[in-house]
Design a protein around this ligand. Structure first.
Ligand code: ATP
Ligand code: MG
Length: 438
């Protein structure tokens, strides 16, 4: 088969046989978001480019190398969102959501676009679940979002995830640290990559996040941010740690974490796994107290995280975590002859109206092929309607797993008979599924 084109490099399709995994994970994310008092926000896939330049930061890899930016027919520069925070913050400000009072707690489930080298766990279109809190200076907020992220992993049964934590200071103490970093990197200037050289003056912390092996090696010997943070930042960091300890969340302080986006202040964190290869960071986040001012709003201490859904699914797969398959077909009805086919159609629609799954032939299969198909889609029950059944106004309802049959009327009483048989054959797994779907 020669197609005129294929999907774009670095993008992935979620096919009908796989989508239940996404839905399962997303359902848990939505549920946990609800438990923590977050409401969904949906923003456009593209924004004015300057929004990301300002918020993500123009010395970051994302802005310097990874954005999908283009000029519209009207001459505007727009960019496909590389992350979810900037759009959410912009929308919150533009619509004056803050007038309803703080905190504002919002979550998003969204696609993101970054022009990166595609590899395992790294695509050009990927998906994030993210949580955002605006107007919450307390360290309890930091602990709350970290616990919320953790709760999703726990609900999914993910194991061996490391929570790594750091504080990268605030606008008061950051200049001292920048000065120390500059002095350190100046002495290794001849070994740094081009991009890092250009960052040395404007934002030396970015060098700590460089993926080039030589820069990372140099960065490993750089002064540690925790030695430079001010007393307020220290107190805040201690508060976060105390909350996490109280909640029984294990963590490691990793002074190397600075995060890839410019807007972070104070707390930064990552959930990292060793089970999915080089791209092991499944979730990253932290505090961004200066972001809202950067976008033209009032000073609004804020924080949040982004969780990569593809990486999370890779993790579930590598840890062999079972995702319940979607409900199978409850009833398959075969109709033989035009009249019986109409009757079958009517019954199928009735079962669907009662929120169960029913199927009949829509591709023109023979009766034998239909029975085979009913088996293949794991129909719980099947029924054949022909002339005799129409005449007697009854048919044999067949339970597919053990072959037992039961005569059922083909009038309005069919439904109560069918539901009776259905409830009888219910197993615990199905009940579990129904429970989950509620
Ligand atoms: P990395 O260091 O792996 O490039 P990042 O610091 O750029 O990650 P963030 O901007 O913090 O990542 O995004 C949050 C999460 O989104 C990441 O932890 C990861 O799970 C996911 N993510 C980021 N970029 C990609 C990508 N290109 N493909 C798939 N998932 C991604
Ligand atoms: Mg990145």
């Amino acid at each position: 088969m020669k197609l005129i084109t294929n999907g774009i490099k670095g993008t992935e399709d979620v096919l009908p046989g796989e989508s239940y995994k996404w839905q399962f994970v997303e359902d848990i994310m939505r549920k946990q978001a609800q438990c923590y008092g977050f409401k969904e926000i949906r923003t456009p896939v593209f924004e004015h480019t300057e929004l990301f330049n300002r918020s993500v930061g123009d010395t970051t890899d994302v802005v310097q190398k990874e954005m999908y930016t283009f000029t519209t027919k009207g001459g505007e520069s727009v960019t496909l969102r590389p992350e979810g925070t900037a759009g959410a913050a912009r929308a919150m400000l533009e619509h004056g959501v803050y007038n309803d009072g703080y905190p504002i707690k919002a979550y998003y489930l969204t696609s993101c676009y970054r022009y990166e080298k595609p590899q395992k766990g790294r695509q050009r279109e990927f998906h994030q679940f993210g949580m955002e809190v605006y107007g919450a200076p307390s360290f309890f907020a930091d602990a709350e979002v970290i616990c919320a992220a953790r709760s999703i992993f726990d609900r999914l049964g993910v194991k061996n995830l490391r929570l790594e934590l750091n504080s990268i200071g605030c606008e008061k103490c950051r200049p001292n640290y920048h000065k120390a970093l500059r002095e350190y990197f100046e002495s290794k200037k001849d070994q740094l990559c081009e991009t890092c050289l250009s960052r040395l003056d404007r934002n030396p912390m970015r060098i700590l996040d460089c993926k080039s092996p030589i820069c990372s090696e140099i960065a490993a010997g750089a002064p540690t941010v925790l030695d430079y943070i001010c007393d307020d930042c220290k107190e805040h960091f201690e508060g976060v740690k105390d909350c996490l300890k109280t909640a029984g969340l294990e963590f490691e302080v990793n002074p190397q974490i600075v995060r890839g986006l410019d807007y972070y202040t104070r707390t930064v964190f990552e959930f990292v796994s060793d089970d999915i290869g080089a791209q092991g960071t499944v979730c990253g986040g932290g505090r961004y107290d200066g972001l809202i001012e950067e976008l033209g709003g009032q000073h609004t201490p804020s924080l949040g995280f982004g969780m990569g859904i593809e990486r999370l699914l890779l993790l579930l797969e590598s840890q062999k975590i079972e995702i319940p398959e979607p409900p199978v077909c409850d009833l398959y009805v075969v109709g033989i002859g035009d009249k019986a086919k109409l009757k079958a159609f009517d019954i199928i629609e009735g079962v669907r109206a009662a929120s169960l799954t029913a199927e009949g032939d829509i591709v023109g299969r023979s009766i034998k092929a239909q029975m085979k198909y009913a088996d293949k889609i794991k129909a719980r029950f099947s029924m054949v309607i022909g002339d005799t059944e129409l005449e007697n106004n009854s048919a044999k309802l067949r339970r597919m797993d053990d072959g037992t049959e039961k005569i059922v009327p083909l009038d309005e009483n069919f439904f109560s008979e069918f539901f009776g048989a259905y409830v009888e054959c219910n197993n615990s797994k199905l009940l579990e599924q129904l429970e989950f779907m509620k």
